[in-house]
Each structure stands twice: as structure tokens, then as C-alpha cells.
Design a protein around this ligand. Structure first.
Ligand code: A2P
Length: 353
């Protein structure tokens, strides 16, 4: 007696980690199904010690499934999530397909678990850069009030998928071999746009496509998802958020410089550090005298959000800086998705059939 789980996108950068999160979950798991496109049907993938044979995703894939974790792109979610819900599964969707639907909860379990009670079968997993930021900001908001957030990101290439990661490595190799032009970029900065640029030994201030107002869609997501998760409304006017998103040639784990204004005039860096030290899912690494601060290379493979460099803006009272780092494929995607399922189980919102 346990949950029947399906992972859609099981061969991808996030999907392979979803399978690992399922294997490590304390939930009772009766079976796991690995789904992807027709291209990879018949391949095998690992779920802990188990080898699973990948199957093509079809409308019939979800019979008997209780929990379906989706990470195969927005089009696949729009196409198949309704079939999974119809078959009786709850869907945790890692794409942006449903995030801004006011009827669909957008959840980070440390921040707004109560939103899960409103679900109608689909729960949206937020964007990776949003998740790690709100996990660190919510305890600050609760303790001191939060008025304004200005974030600049340093985002890892794995956020654009396994093929983007392969492109980075091929370019880095070609660069070290003396001719980076031997590799023609085909994916980065984003598969959805016309031009592609070198990522190795470079930085690209474009993640996802641009909106008409000059913001990238990733920046738009950080603004509106943050408001929906923390304030319950994607257009909340009380919390001001602005963002600049930059891709850097780091394989895994996003970094973020978060500049924020609190409401409480008595807040100081020590008090913020003390609040974050108690916060679930957050680890404080903040000792500049001993050069201790979060780094992507140390965060890879971990589920926490690491925070450091917490300091006041000496010339602007109430404003602070914080640097945070988290594995974008785990807390930013696979772990937050599985954590949503585990939280729903703990809240009694789902049970094995
Ligand atoms: P496939 O390996 O069959 O292409 P990433 O984000 O790392 O690029 O991974 C994308 C994931 O989405 C892969 O597992 C990929 O499977 C899967 N995928 C892509 N297109 C489809 C589709 N039409 N139906 C199901 N899965 C898909």
C-alpha cells in the first residue's frame, strides 16, 4: 500500500533528480513510472537502486497514478496534465504552464503550504530563482516586514536543461583547445529565441525571451511569482519587486544578490541572521572574517538555500544586502516538487489509494 508515482520528463536534468527525490522520500511508494517523449522510449533511467524503462507519455500513461511530477516543458504539461488529473492523480508541475492561473496554487512549502488546500488537482512549482529567494525572504518578511526587493541573479546553465549543459561543456572544451568557434551555439541564452551566443567564459543578461517592456520573461516571473507566493496576488502593490537575471557559466546552483528594504526600523544584520538561522530550509554561511559565504560549487546536490553576506546599506536606512545560493535542480525544481507532494501527504490532502 503506497503511492503510484509518475515522472514526466524522466530523462531530463530535472526529471532524473525527481526520480532521485522519489527514491529518497519517506512517503510509502508502491511504484514509479518514468515517462518522456517517444525518442527515449526503451531507454533506462535510475530511481535509487531501481532501473526503470522509459515509456512514451500518452493520455493513457496515468491510469492508477496518484502523484505525477511534470518537468518536460510547458507544452507537454498543458497537453498531458489534464489527462493525469482525469485519471485521479495530483499533478505537481515544474513548468510555467499554470503558475499564473489564480485557481492554481503556486507553492514553496516553507512559505505558503496553506495554499495547497485550494488545489483542484494541479499544483504549480515556482521558477527556480524565485523559490530560493522567497525561502530566504519569507522569514525576514514575517519578522521585520518587507517593503521592497531588488534582485540580481547569477544563474546556472542547467536551468536551461541538459542540452544547454552539454553545449556549455562542448564550448568550454573547444575554448581550451584554442578555438571556441568550433562549437556553434544552438540553445543558449534560450532555446525559444532566434539568436544564440557563446556561454563558456561569458555572461548573458538574457534568461527566457524578452517582453515588450524590456524585461526578460525570467525577470517577469521573479516579480509576479514572488508576489503570488508571499502576498497571495501576482500583482500585489504593497511588496515592490524588481529583478535582473543573468546566466553565468556555472553548471549547477543559482546565486542571487538580494537587496531589500524592511519595514521595522529596529532590524539589523545580526537580528536578520538570527531569524534566518532558525528558518526551515535555510542555512546561514556568513563569516566574512573567515571568508565563509555560499558558493554554487558547495551547494550542488544539497536541498537547502544557503545565505550569507548579510549587511546593511550604510547610506540607506532599512535596506540590506543578502547573497543566496541553492541547487536550482533540487530546491529550485525536483526537491520543491517532491516536497509539495510530501507536504500534501502530511496535511492529509492526499493518501495512497
Ligand atoms: P526526451 O529525452 O524523450 O526528449 P531537459 O529540461 O533536461 O531538456 O529535459 C526535458 C525532458 O522533457 C526530457 O525528459 C524530454 O524527454 C522530455 N520531453 C520533451 N518533449 C517531450 C514530449 N513531447 N513528451 C514527453 N516528454 C518530453
Amino acid at each position: 500500500n503506497g503511492y503510484h508515482v509518475a515522472v514526466v520528463g524522466a530523462t531530463g536534468a530535472v526529471g532524473t533528480r525527481m526520480l532521485a527525490m522519489v527514491a529518497q522520500s519517506p512517503l510509502p511508494i508502491a511504484s514509479v513510472k518514468a515517462l518522456a517523449s517517444k525518442r527515449s522510449a526503451g531507454k533506462t533511467v535510475k530511481c535509487g537502486d531501481q532501473e526503470l524503462t522509459v515509456e512514451e507519455t500518452t493520455d493513457d500513461s496515468f491510469a492508477g497514478v496518484d502523484i505525477a511530477l511534470f518537468s518536460a516543458g510547458g507544452a507537454v504539461s498543458k497537453r498531458f496534465a489534464p489527462s493525469a488529473v482525469k485519471a485521479g492523480a495530483i499533478v505537481v508541475d515544474n513548468t510555467s504552464a499554470f503558475r499564473m492561473d489564480p485557481e492554481i496554487p503556486l507553492v514553496v512549502p516553507e512559505v505558503n503550504p496553506e495554499a495547497l488546500r485550494q488545489h483542484h488537482g494541479i499544483i504549480a512549482n515556482p521558477n527556480c530563482s524565485t523559490i530560493q529567494m522567497v525561502t530566504a525572504l519569507e522569514p525576514i518578511r514575517k519578522a521585520f516586514g518587507l517593503k521592497r526587493v531588488m534582485v540580481s541573479t547569477y544563474q546556472a546553465v542547467s536551468g536551461a536543461g541538459q542540452r544547454a549543459l552539454n553545449e556549455l561543456f562542448a564550448e568550454a572544451q573547444a575554448y581550451l583547445d584554442g578555438d571556441v568557434t568550433k562549437v556553434t551555439p544552438e540553445i543558449l541564452p534560450t532555446g525559444g529565441d532566434k539568436k544564440h551566443y557563446q556561454m563558456a567564459f561569458n555572461a548573458l543578461p538574457q534568461i527566457d525571451v524578452f517582453e515588450d517592456d524590456g524585461y526578460s520573461h525570467e525577470e517577469w516571473k521573479m516579480i509576479h511569482e514572488t508576489k503570488k507566493i508571499m502576498m497571495g496576488d501576482m500583482d500585489d502593490p504593497e511588496l515592490k519587486v524588481t529583478a535582473t537575471c543573468v546566466r553565468v557559466p556555472v553548471p549547477i546552483a543559482h546565486g542571487e544578490e538580494v537587496y531589500f528594504e524592511v519595514a521595522d526600523a529596529n532590524a539589523d544584520a545580526d537580528a536578520i541572521r538570527a531569524v534566518l538561522a532558525q528558518a526551515p530550509g535555510v542555512v546561514v554561511q556568513d563569516d566574512p572574517a573567515h571568508q565563509v559565504y555560499p558558493q554554487p560549487a558547495n551547494a550542488e546536490g544539497k536541498r537547502d538555500v544557503f545565505v550569507g553576506r548579510i549587511r546593511p546599506d550604510e547610506e540607506n536606512s532599512g535596506f540590506f544586502h543578502m547573497w543566496n545560493v541553492s541547487d536550482n535542480l533540487l530546491k529550485g525544481a525536483a526537491w520543491n516538487s517532491m516536497q509539495i507532494a510530501e507536504t500534501m501527504h502530511d496535511m492529509g490532502l492526499i493518501q495512497p489509494k
